[in-house]
Design a protein around this ligand. Structure first.
Ligand SMILES: [Fe+2]
Ligand SMILES: [Fe+2]
Length: 357
């Protein structure tokens, strides 16, 4: 559309006098008028340039006004089509409205009425265009905002996970050289939870929350935590406190993952037969996440050397967990979790070996 005019009008009539007089009239009112002596030419041109309104005669030899209306409606739903008709064609005009014509003008036309109808049609076209653009813009904005929101959420999730890892590493690094233990525990716990076919949310949470299991070690003095030889009974009692300290650090959070972290910190040394600490919980008195982390923590502890023991290989470690060695016993574990471990134990070896590279 030429923006210097009030609108681009296609005028179609086989009567040269009408073409000339309407062109002159509408031009005076600031419209750009493209005159066509038949509908066929108008349709050809319609697909090539923007049109604000089509004003057409009904009775024409090559393509009548209704046919032209139909063709334009097929090409474009919005451009208003105004038909010009003599009284005798009133039925046709009504039919045209039913077919989607914007309005009709009775010939011989009265100039003010014609100009008014054309202005009304052009405004209608502009409003629909504005509405259409607004919808497109709105959809684009919603799309952009959704993408930004998702990116921000992803960033926050990523950052909170990293903060958890770094904070737990601060506790863990004191008695472990690399801090890899905590990231492996997360991976084993995730794998085991998958094998147990637990809910996706649970799997997501445990893979992060399990890293926090030993965060309470931060409250244990180096002299005990890093002591080379055997611990006295009193010293071991103090070590046991890391579960309670960890729970105290993490509990009270409204966040699901931290809540689970608190539960795991409190319960990852409980045993199925009730011989664990700090509470001596039996069987499923220990929350599922605690029972899972208890096993995976044991696996990783056995694979590594500690101040009090050498590292075991995968085979020996599995043998100790599945069959016991006097110190660790199968009765310590939830049998269902132990069964799941038996099925996927080789994945644990892969996780362990990959973290060594
Ligand atoms: Fe622990
Ligand atoms: Fe641990």
């Amino acid at each position: 559309m030429n923006t210097n005019t009030n609108g681009n009008i296609f005028l179609v009539d086989d009567d040269r006098f009408v073409l000339e007089s309407v062109t002159t009239l509408l031009s005076e009112y600031g419209f750009t008028v493209r005159p066509f002596s038949n509908g066929l030419e108008a349709v050809r041109q319609f697909v090539m340039e923007p049109v604000d309104l089509v004003l057409t005669d009904i009775n024409m030899p090559i393509m009548d006004g209704l046919e032209l209306l139909e063709k334009i409606r097929f090409l474009d739903k919005e451009t208003p089509v105004v038909l010009m008709t003599a009284y005798a064609d009133l039925d046709v005009a009504v039919k045209a409205i039913q077919m989607g014509a914007f309005d009709f003008i009775i010939k011989p036309y009265r100039p003010p009425a014609l100009v008014h109808t054309v202005e009304k049609g052009v405004n209608y076209k502009r409003l629909t265009q504005i509405e259409k653009n607004y919808k497109i813009e709105l959809e684009r904005t919603v799309e952009q905002r959704t993408a930004q929101l998702n990116a921000a959420l992803g960033e926050i999730t990523h950052m909170s996970r990293e903060i958890i890892e770094r904070l737990t590493a601060a506790a863990e690094l004191r008695d472990e050289d690399t801090g890899l233990h905590i990231s492996r525990v997360g991976m084993y716990a995730k794998r085991l939870a998958q094998q147990l076919q637990l809910a996706d949310d649970f799997i997501d949470d445990i893979s992060v929350a399990s890293a926090m299991h030993d965060v309470g070690k931060i409250g244990i003095p180096d002299s005990i935590l890093l002591k080379p030889g055997a611990l006295t009974v009193e010293e071991f009692e103090m070590i046991k406190q890391h579960t309670i300290i960890g729970e105290r650090i993490l509990k009270g959070s409204p966040h699901r993952m931290l809540k689970m972290g608190a539960t795991i910190a409190a319960s990852h040394h409980e045993r199925w037969d009730g011989s664990g600490y700090p509470s001596g919980l039996k069987a499923d008195e220990t929350p599922l996440e605690g029972r899972i982390v208890m096993l995976v923590d044991q696996y990783d502890a056995l694979r590594n050397s500690r101040v009090y023991k050498a590292a075991f290989d995968h085979g020996k470690t599995c043998d100790i967990i599945l069959n016991g060695d006097g110190r660790t016993m199968p009765g310590h574990f939830d049998q269902q979790i132990l069964m799941a471990f038996r099925e996927i134990k080789d994945d644990f070896a892969v996780i362990f070996e990959n973290s060594q590279k």
